[in-house]
Write a protein that binds this ligand. Structure first.
Ligand code: G
Ligand code: G
Ligand code: MN
Ligand code: NA
Length: 253
């Protein structure tokens, strides 16, 4: 209850910040992008997990404002890196609630354009369940964003309730294979069968695949054999602050 009260002041009190987790092309080892992850530094309780506070923001409607703050902050960061000669694609998580805002696509376009960010540098991440919750509004916004050149990713893929129909209907570029299938990829050939079916589907549909939550070399090797395109997880990097992310990107460049 205390947290629910406190989060109303978090934006004004500059308690939100972003960390960035790198994504790496599996074969070349090149860093292809990063995912922006929201964090809340509570003055008393320290870092509160987004699993805990995102539902609060959705409940009290602040996710709209905070969601715009995330996109604004990401674009400002990308512009700084761009001026320093580093271009990188950035994944941004969207919440289902944000699709209730009927000008979501326009707002994202305005913010990106204001910062001189190429739409192709932003990959908006949605989950299957989000797409299901308000399919009409979601589809309209996603089509607008896609035609404006933004990239779209299906996050936590394989754990939601979406059907194949959604893969055909939603104009996505990337499938992010949920960590659940990656964790036991080395031990469980049933998990490998699922991942294989996702990568062949992605190949047939012309989509990129990213494996989430990659923690070990052994998982990495199995994912290589399963023809996953990119990897993200603690093996490659923890989510880190902007300066740290920038230095990792520069090292690889
Ligand atoms: O960073 P972490 O793995 O703890 O994230 C937990 C959950 O919070 C994930 O489901 C992630 O997608 C979500 N999340 C992280 N940052 C954001 C954000 O900026 N917006 C939204 N809507 N969700 C986020
Ligand atoms: O739902 P989404 O995929 O956006 O959530 C990303 C979450 O996964 C973040 O909270 C991030 O901290 C977490 N994460 C990223 N890499 C790893 C990993 O290698 N292992 C585990 N257990 N969690 C990870
Ligand atoms: Mn995500
Ligand atoms: Na995910």
């Amino acid at each position: 209850l205390g947290l629910e009260n406190d989060i109303r002041k978090a934006l004004a009190h500059h308690q939100f910040f972003l960390v960035y987790q790198l994504q790496q092309a599996l074969t070349s080892g090149e860093f292809t992008g990063a995912e922006a992850l929201l964090r809340w530094h509570h003055p008393v309780h320290g870092i509160v997990s987004p699993g805990q506070f995102i539902p609060m923001l959705e409940e009290n409607g602040l996710i709209i404002e905070v969601g715009e703050w995330v996109i604004e902050s990401v674009c400002r960061q990308l512009a700084i890196w761009q001026r320093a000669g580093v271009t990188v694609a950035m994944g941004v998580n969207l919440s289902a609630k944000q699709f209730e805002q009927d000008n979501l696509a326009e707002r994202i376009m305005e913010i990106a354009s204001h910062h001189g960010i190429d739409p192709g540098a932003l990959e908006l991440e949605i989950t299957e369940n989000m797409a299901m919750r308000n399919p009409k509004a979601a589809l309209r916004a996603l089509q607008q964003l896609r035609s404006a050149g933004f990239r779209l990713a299906m996050d936590d893929f394989g754990t939601g309730q979406a059907s194949y129909e959604y893969l055909l209907r939603f104009p996505i570029n990337t499938i992010k294979i949920d960590r659940m299938f990656i964790t036991s990829v080395a031990e469980n050939r049933r998990n490998r069968a699922v991942i294989r079916s996702i990568t062949s589907l992605a190949l047939g549909l012309g989509l990129l695949t990213i494996a989430e939550g990659v923690e070990t070399e052994r998982q990495h090797d199995y994912l290589d054999a399963l023809d996953v395109d990119e990897v993200q997880g603690f093996l490659i990097s923890q989510p880190v602050d902007a300066d740290h992310c920038f230095s990792l990107l520069q090292k690889k460049a």
